[in-house]
Design a protein around this ligand. Structure first.
Ligand SMILES: Nc1ncnc2c1ncn2[C@@H]1O[C@H](COP(=O)(O)OP(=O)(O)O)[C@@H](O)[C@H]1O
Ligand SMILES: [Mg+2]
Length: 454
């Protein structure tokens, strides 16, 4: 069967005529005058491939993602090597303007076969995907699929050169999630980042909470720049290289080490700036620049597209869902009391449904006898058994209002404001190597200073 193709832009040579004269593998079903028309044509199910003969500069990762979501591959013509590499980054195969019609048709057929093949739209962990080449240490997560990211198949297989190039990131990705009710996601995420930096790792902390970004406030940063939104904008345009990411990410120096932060959106109504396709590229880049990327996520896991027929519309919870989907390790943080525990149990069921491979490590925070009775850990374990969720409890973090308030007041992490606190030690224990976390913190800091790259 002939592959239906739509085109946009006039090519110098009579490209459409050339394709039609082949009388074979492809047939041009519409010539569009602009990208918006091309998108509409593709969304009506008219085509399986789109050829952008001119004006490829207007293609973004989000647009390619929308086309990919309706089963359309994108091939663009350009003679500019920089544009070729930009296009490959956002999942567009590039061809030279003078390409023979037969070669272009073969290219289109191959790209369509890839998108609909096993490594395509619904394919989990496609070969050549970041997971395929990912060899960084994982703290226990299992391999995510990319079912919610149809554009990924195109980016992974990409243009002719990109299949060989592929993302090279080896860093690991930790997502910190928790249900509604401020269980302490941000406190845990930021302090995990600080502890890993103190251990000598290069760390990037990303605020992907599209409801209540608060990493900048927690760290006392006077940052109105919304670093993550900036990074997503560049990534969408295929322009986020490692240098650009490092330029955008604010360095945060602590006594024990330096890490970098992509601050969150400054107003909740800016959530449309955190789209799945762009965030995926940001996190792929993050794996290249940091040993560990820690993502502070929002609470809500509802998939907006289930509520709306517009599958191309931006999704309110895309940043959280995408981060959880891509993470090697997910921490699920809940409040250790009679409201927080059942809420976490329900949240874990939603997490299981939304991201089945997440295998979260469950952390109960703000553990205190006053809320659950004497021997709080035993009480909580017993309650957990009664609720019977599949996930087991992996850590208890004590309630320590004095330490967390002091940290908030001074805009610092626990390793600075309350280095000897149980809360700080318990968070370090979640992520740090045993040798490091058992060392007295004074020694720990000086060792870490020497080790720290920052
Ligand atoms: N273990 C703890 N003990 C005492 N207060 C805590 C603890 N963990 C978090 N908090 C406090 O709870 C509030 C909410 O924490 P935050 O990290 O912002 O939650 P979330 O990101 O889940 O909304 C903050 O005031 C924080 O200082
Ligand atoms: Mg938060």
């Amino acid at each position: 069967m002939s592959i239906p193709v739509v085109t946009v832009g006039d090519s110098r040579d009579d490209l459409v005529g050339g394709l039609e004269r082949l009388h074979g593998p492809v047939s041009v079903v519409r010539r569009c005058s602009e990208l918006a028309e091309l998108l509409a044509a593709c969304q009506s199910g008219l085509a399986r491939a789109a050829v952008v003969a001119a004006g490829s500069e207007d293609l973004t990762a989000s647009l390619v993602d929308r086309l990919s979501a309706v089963g359309v591959v994108v091939i663009a013509l350009t003679d500019n090597p920089e544009e070729t590499s930009r296009l490959q980054t956002i999942g567009v195969a590039a061809e030279a303007h003078g390409v023979e019609a037969a070669a272009l048709a073969a290219r289109i057929s191959a790209a369509v076969a890839r998108l609909s093949g096993p490594a395509g739209r619904a394919g989990p962990a496609a070969e050549g995907s970041p997971r395929g080449v990912h060899v960084g240490g994982s703290a226990g997560g299992s391999g995510p699929g990319h079912a919610a990211d149809p554009g990924h198949a195109q980016r992974a297989s990409g243009g002719h050169a990109s299949a060989a190039r592929g993302p090279t990131g080896k860093g690991r990705l930790i997502a910190v999630w928790g249900p509604a009710g401020a269980p302490g996601r941000t406190l845990v995420a930021a302090n995990i980042a600080g502890e890993l930096a103190a251990e000598g790792q290069s760390v990037l902390l990303v605020d992907a909470d599209s409801y209540g970004a608060s990493v900048a406030a927690l760290l006392g940063l006077l940052d109105e720049a919304a670093g993550l939104a900036q990074a997503c904008r560049l990534a969408d345009q295929g322009l986020l290289d490692a240098d650009a990411l490092l330029r955008i990410a604010t360095p945060v120096a602590t006594k024990a080490g330096t890490f970098r932060v992509l601050t969150g959106i400054t107003r909740a109504d800016r959530w449309t700036e955190l789209r799945a396709a762009a965030l995926t590229l940001v996190l792929e880049r993050a794996r290249e620049v940091a040993d560990v990327t820690v993502v502070d996520t929002g609470f809500c896991l509802e998939a907006d597209e289930e509520l709306s027929f517009d599958t191309g519309a931006p999704r309110r919870n895309a940043a959280t869902l995408k981060s959880l989907e891509l993470a090697d390790t997910v921490f699920a943080v809940g409040t250790a009391d009679s409201i927080g525990v059942p809420r976490l149990v329900r949240g874990l069921a939603e997490l299981q449904a939304a991201v089945p491979h997440a295998a979260p490590r469950v952390v109960l925070n703000k553990v205190r006898a006053a809320a659950v009775g004497r021997s709080p850990e035993r009480q909580l374990r017993a309650a957990w058994e009664r609720y019977g969720p599949a996930a087991t409890l992996s850590a208890f973090l004590p309630s320590d209002p004095a330490a967390s308030d002091a940290a908030l007041l001074s805009g610092t992490l626990l390793l600075e404001s309350a280095p000897e606190s149980e809360l700080r030690r318990a968070i370090a224990t979640l992520v740090c190597a045993p040798a490091q976390r058992n060392t007295k913190s004074i020694v720990f800091s000086s060792t870490a200073r020497r080790l720290s790259k920052g």
